[in-house]
Design a protein around this ligand. Structure first.
Ligand SMILES: Nc1ncnc2c1ncn2[C@@H]1O[C@H](COP(=O)(O)OP(=O)(O)O)[C@@H](O)[C@H]1O
Ligand SMILES: [Mg+2]
Length: 250
């Protein structure tokens, strides 16, 4: 189940992890996310997708198995250490601080950088998203929905991560904002970054992804390029129906 020929940027090898010792959520999950590609983890609610991202980001230590980020064994290392290697985690839902200024929010993404590099890092973000420059002194709460989303993505990008881990990029967004969110993820790949994406909205994730794992009950049930999985996927989506499509439409 090894995707492509590019070196993997993220690997899980037989990972067992969960929140209670006697009830592992991930039950020997193995996967490999190739560098420079978008890998999507799909599956029904409760399959363990978000848990897998927590393990990759170092927010949850596995009970057994190995986690590798950019070729380095990071099993049991803290989220801070993994972030310093060049991995940014974009959690589900609003992750900005509404009462802090746009610039202050961006600064929170720059902490892994040496102090003298932080200003230049912010300038790169302002070049990329002029709307954030324009509102840099305003509280984040004052931004439009679309600008808030850009701020969230930008905060993950300030430190110029090689790997961006994203949980549910479109949940709670209008269709237009959801589409922009996927466009930004596609842009991350154009930058040469690796994206690991968890999504309950199967269609846009399949359209974006280079490689897909379908998770069920904490293991990878199927894996492949979207084209290879096409017929499997429509079958899977039908199985998840009620969970996936109803959850996505709202
Ligand atoms: N913080 C937590 N504490 C205890 N159980 C949790 C926690 N987060 C998730 N779970 C449980 O772990 C299982 C997998 O959850 P999750 O990884 O969030 O699934 P998914 O993202 O695929 O919907 C679910 O049964 C869920 O109830
Ligand atoms: Mg989840």
């Amino acid at each position: 189940m090894t995707p492509g020929s590019r070196a993997p940027a993220v690997e899980l090898d037989g990972v067992v992890a969960g929140y209670y010792a006697d009830q592992p959520v991930l039950q020997g999950l193995s996967l490999s996310c190739a560098g420079g590609e978008v890998t999507a983890l799909l599956g029904p609610n409760g399959a363990g997708k978000s848990t897998a991202l927590r393990v990759i980001s170092g927010l949850l230590a596995p009970a057994s198995g190995r986690v590798l980020v950019l070729g380095e064994d990071v099993t049991g290392r803290s989220a801070h250490e993994i972030a310093r290697l060049g991995l940014a985690f974009l959690p589900q839902g609003r992750s900005t601080f509404p009462e802090l200024s746009v610039e202050h929010n961006l600064m929170l993404g720059a902490w892994t950088l040496p102090r003298r590099e932080r200003r230049a890092a912010l300038e790169r973000i302002y070049d990329r998203y002029p709307a954030l420059l324009e509102h840099r002194k305003a509280p984040a709460a004052r931004l439009s929905g679309g600008q808030q989303r850009l701020l969230e993505i930008s905060r993950a990008l300030v430190a110029d991560p090689k790997v961006v881990v994203v949980d549910e990029p479109s949940v709670g967004l209008s269709p237009i904002l959801a589409e922009r969110s996927y466009e930004e993820l596609s842009r991350l790949r154009e930058d040469g970054r690796t994206v690991v994406l968890v999504d309950q909205n199967v269609r846009p994730a399949v359209a974006l992804a280079d490689y897909i794992y379908s998770l069920r009950r904490g293991t990878a049930e199927r894996a492949g390029r979207p084209r290879e999985l096409a017929s499997d996927l429509s079958e899977l989506v039908r199985e998840w129906l009620g969970v996936v499509e109803a959850g996505g439409r709202r």
